[in-house]
Design a protein around this ligand. Sequence first.
Ligand code: ZN
Length: 138
Amino acid sequence: MKSYRKELFFQVPTRREFVHITPEVEDCLRESGVQEGLVLVNAMHITASVFINDNESGLHHDYEVWLEKLAPHEPVSGYRHNVGEDNADAHMKRQIMGREVVVAITEGRLDLGTWERIFYGEFDGRRKKRVLVKIIGE
Ligand code: ZN
């Protein structure tokens, strides 16, 4: 069995952003040489997500509005976590949007649904963060 590990780095200039990372994961898959197996992609931070959905800007705007309703950034003082920091909302947004995705690898390709794309969700950006890509298979 082959095993491959790589860390991807993201430094988003804003507090929140969604970044399309399917091409980076496909690069990892090519590098790994795995034809049949699984790829795990997970955020290595508790204020960022990896998730799969549509690569459509309207939807990403809708996510932003929805997440702000569920866990508004302001007022910062409304969260007990925000003692010396201001990212309680980012922890909650991460919880909702998820930590990781697992995608099947078939014949050397990501076996995604027609409209499925992989995204990095940043909720407390403006600093360097890591995403782990782990690929196992043959
Ligand atoms: Zn925090």
